[in-house]
Structures are given as structure tokens and as C-alpha cells.
Write a protein that binds this ligand. Sequence first.
Ligand code: NAD
Length: 458
Amino acid sequence: MTTATTSTLQSINPATGNPVGSVDVTPVEHIDAAVASAREAQIAWSALSVEERADMLRPAAAAIAERADELGDLITAEMGKPQAEGRGEAGYAGSGLPGLLDSLVASLQPEHLEDGSVDTTLYYDAFGVCGVITPWNFPFLMPQQTVIPALIAGNTVVMKPSEETPLVGQAFVDVYNEFLPEGVLQIVHGDEVQGKALVQSDVQLIAFVGSRAAGQHILQAAGGGLKRVILELGGKDPMIVLDDANVEEAADFAVLNSFRNCGQVCVSTERIYVEDGIASDFEQAVLRKVAELQVGDGAEEGTTIGPMVSPQQKAMVLEQLEIAKQQGATVACGDSPMDGNYVTPTVLTGLDHSMDIMRDETFGPVACIMRVKDERQALELANDTPYGLGAAVFGSDLERASNVARQMTAGMVGINKGCGGAKGSPWVGAQQSGYGFHGGPHGHRQFTQVRIVSVPKA
Ligand code: NAD
């Protein structure tokens, strides 16, 4: 969490209220100069081969791994997630980097096409300068998943981290800049004012991870210059629990995925549709497991749920809960007041789709369970959303569960698990959860301009 003056962002620990550090806000008039120097640097950077660029970044994996605990603790201090999750995020960034670089190198090789009369080479070239704008909920991983593909494709990058986590954003840029030529990766600090200025600047590509509302604004703002845009946005992920599901496993997942990171995950489970036949057992199992959650300072041992990132985020969640109650939802547990930035893990039942909480992203520690008469109704309701990020189906008949999964409108569906795919899968939001995507060969290539050169066959 931060407080801001026009010249300084003061980072405040959301668990304790103590200052963590501060950064200078980048004056808007400096952003064009940063982009201009990134453009200069792009000439030499794009002249290197994909392999040379990747090799330059390979030593960063060990550098991140060596300081994963320190980086993880900074993540916890700035945005509140439990220590194991903060350290896990930084550790994963280090351990995942070699594989990410390998898959970028493999995906961006030129391809050869030919017919009876023409030989064609298809190149994956850079766009130029890429503006990267990221959120606070995974403040190290989100920059990594957008900045690294942009760089390896030969773009230079001007990045703006979230105003809630400027110190982690700075640490990300600092560690990579130990290995990169000057000007290739630059950072600007600030809030949406700086974000908007970066979108308006002379960048060719915007890679954005954040809310649907900001994404809509960016798409409009970038439209005038026909800038390329990749948007990874919010979600309202459904989970369908079929009546042959293993109740304990389904409830374990529902609790983990509704409350992890205090519900502040783009693929949090935000809506649960459970078939009538299994609903009582499932609800009881969820309530039992929620009672075991331990809310507290993420830096303290035993904490499973940290604070919300900021008072504003807490206020948004409490307001949604208040409206849900007014609209007739039943509080099955939680919803008791807590000091500071904490919110009690809350389970709502007695829900229907006229209620706002079944439609708007909550991004907080709330599980919403709705009973349905059959899988047809579950599917209709799960798909009754403009979002389409992740989804989950739980059931023991895999053919039936797969059939349900294939009818869901989300971009990523997990059966008896979360929505993430095997290594090499893209991270992809359907409908209004994404516009373009990253990860896997198809995602990597979105950071490139496809260009073909053809010659007559000899
Ligand atoms: P946000 O949209 O408020 O802010 C994200 C970033 O955009 C910040 O750096 C902010 O300063 C900047 N920004 C805000 N408005 C802008 C504008 N009009 N123009 C340019 N920049 C602007 O989101 P947040 O609160 O930081 O993050 C939470 C949201 O991110 C949730 O909706 C969550 O679902 C989503 N998210 C999505 C993914 C994904 O992979 N799809 C991953 C993480 C988070």
C-alpha cells in the first residue's frame, strides 16, 4: 500500500502501517524522454540474435534465486501476502526463467514456407519500444511474464509497476539491469497518470496486466495510433461441483482458491455452483476448512491469509458484502469486523444471479456458493458473465466433467484442479478477460511483428 505526494510514493506495509521505503514519482514530462532513449537502445538490441538476447539474461535466474527470500519478504512487506507465498513467487520467477527463455528462443525462430514458385521466410521481428504496465497482486511475476517476452523478441521496454508495489517493481528492474545494456529496460513510477502518459507516448506496443476497466481505457487510448495492445484482465471465475465430485477435494480447492492471497488473484474462484445432491456436504466441508484459516501479518509464522493490499481495496470488498446482504445473500460464516486492512474470510450462500456479487469481480476473501439443480443450470450460470479468465469443474466421471469443461466460455479450465495448463500452455483470458495473451509459442509471438520476405524459386 502507498501514500503519494506529487513527487514521492511512500510504500507502507499493509499489515503494520509502517513505512517500507519510497521512490520518486516520474514527472509525466520525463516519460517521452525515457521512451526516446529506449528507442535509441533498441537499434543495437534488435540487431542481436534471439539466442544472444536470451543468453544475456540467463545469469539473472541465479541472481533472482540467490535473493529470492529477500525479494519475497519485500513482496510481503509491500502488499501483504504470507511469507511463503512471497518467497515462492520470487523463487518461481528465478527457477522458471531458463524454461521461459528456452521456449522464447524456440518460438521466435524464422520459419520457411514454399510453394511451386516462391520461397518465403517468415520472421518474428520486434515492434520497437514496448510499454509494460503491471498490477500489485503478483508484483514480481507479472512484470516477468510481460517484460521478458517483449525483450527477447527484440523490443526495448519502459515499464510502470503498480503504485502499490513500487519497491518490488524497482527490484525487478534492478536485478535484470545487472545483465542488460543501458537503456534496454527502464522504469517509470507513478499511478494511472503515468500509466496513461506511457500509453500516449511513442511506444508501438502496450502489454498491460490489470483490471478490466483500465484495460478498456487503454484499448481506447491506444486505438487512435493503432498501437498494438496485449491486455490480461480481471475475472469472475466459476467453479462447478458435480454431484459425483470428491467432496473433500472439491472443498479443499474451493477454500484454497477463494482465499489464497486474500482472494486477490485474477483466477480466484469467485462463484461456486454446486449440484443439489452434494450441496449440504460440500458447504459443511467448506465451512470447516475456512474455520482453520489464520488471518494475520504475512511475516508471522502460521499466517495463511494476510491483509488486503490497501484500505481502498478493503472498502470495495466490504461494500460488495454489504450490497450482497441487502440483496438477500446469507452469511454462512465471516463478515465480522476486523481492524486495519484485514477482512474476515467470508462464505455467502443463498445467492442468485440478480445479485451484484455474482457479476462483479470481488478480489477479496469471499467464497460465494450457489446451489443448482443440475449441470445444465450450472453451465448456464457459469457462462452468464462478460468475463472469461479461468474456471474449474470437479467431478469423478472424467468424461462427464470434460464434457462440462468444453462448454465453458473461459479461456482456461481445470478439471479437478486449478486452471493453469502444462508447461508451454498460454495464460489466456477469453471474452472481456483478455485481448491477446501471453505464454506459450502463440503468446510469445504476440510481442512480435510478423514479416515475410519472398523470392522466386530458382
Ligand atoms: P489496475 O487496473 O487498477 O492497475 C493496474 C496498473 O495499471 C497499475 O500500474 C495502474 O497504475 C495502471 N493503470 C490504472 N489505470 C490506468 C489507465 N487508465 N491507463 C494506464 N494505466 C493505468 O489493477 P490492479 O488493482 O493493480 O490489479 C488488480 C486487477 O488486475 C484485477 O482486476 C485482476 O484480476 C487483474 N489481474 C489480471 C491478471 C491476468 O493475468 N489476467 C493477473 C493479475 C491481475
